[in-house]
Design a protein around this ligand. Sequence first.
Ligand SMILES: [Zn+2]
Length: 355
Amino acid sequence: MMKKATYAFLTIALAFACAQAKPKDKPAKAEKSARPPFGGTIFVSGNIITAEDPTAFKSVVAAGRAEVRMFDRRPKKPHKVNAYLFTATFDDGQKMEIRVNPEFGAEGAMAQAKKYLPYIGQMPFALREKVQKVLIHKGKKGFGGGGAGLLIHTDMGDSYIRSRILAETLYHEAAHTSLDRWHSASKGWLAAQEKDARFISGYAKSNPRREDIAESYLLYFALRYKPHRIDDKLKETIRTTMPNRIAYFDSLELKMHPVKPAGALARMSTTELQKELKPSDAQKAKIKALVDKLAAEIKKLLEQKSPQAGIDKLKRQFDKQAVELLNAGQRKTLDRALQTPKPQAPGRPTAGKSK
Ligand SMILES: [Zn+2]
């Protein structure tokens, strides 16, 4: 009975969650400064989350079949099907129910669950936390998020995989499920929207209550956790467009497992790094002298018959000198780089703290 109630809520909530279409938006009359830099953020970069990222997904087992109402964008309303059910387990103890449309057949249904779960497990706990159910159908229809679930249409999923934006899209949808209800109308978020005075995308601008969290979170995540995967220009655009939203997300201290924090150096743009490193003329001279010396030594070594021992020795010397040079002038930067923030242990998120 309990399940039914949850389910009704899920289907209703999914009905008004997002259905992303590739945007054509160009807010024509908006002032230039207020024009969002992007149409929709899932299309900005397919490199934010990659196959190299770890997943918290552990296992999936069949849990029989049941007559359930499943929201489906093809008939545009929930319909009752004898779905294949699966229970997925994640390495932080989370469990999810996967409901797959019978149109896939038993084996096909399991294959679909196994296809999408590793991607779902790549999301931080904070995005997975409120996702209790994942609905999987055929069809090239928009994904959805909200209530307590995620909605997947596999033909659209294949298209996202080809464009390498499946993980990014799931981040967006799960942000609807796990963040919207607690944050999209919170005082802090509304104040951040107002202070930023801009939106990161046309999609967010057109749907400020419904899409702004999901649209902003993905690029916030890229900036904070995968800065080495996006270029300086994009980092700068994110920073300058939504500084107050960035501060808001920072303040939540969301549980990020299995996502690892990015080191301080990785978070800096090239310009910032140059500013931060700021070698003095004396240091520059020292570095140049070291490089010249190294070049001369290598030249000498290459003239020898068996240079290996010499190369090893040189390498040891150079390592030592390079470290000394860095220590002399750039202790502050090194300290910051080495100061990796502690990974958050999985557990209750702080979501809901701000009202
Ligand atoms: Zn959305």
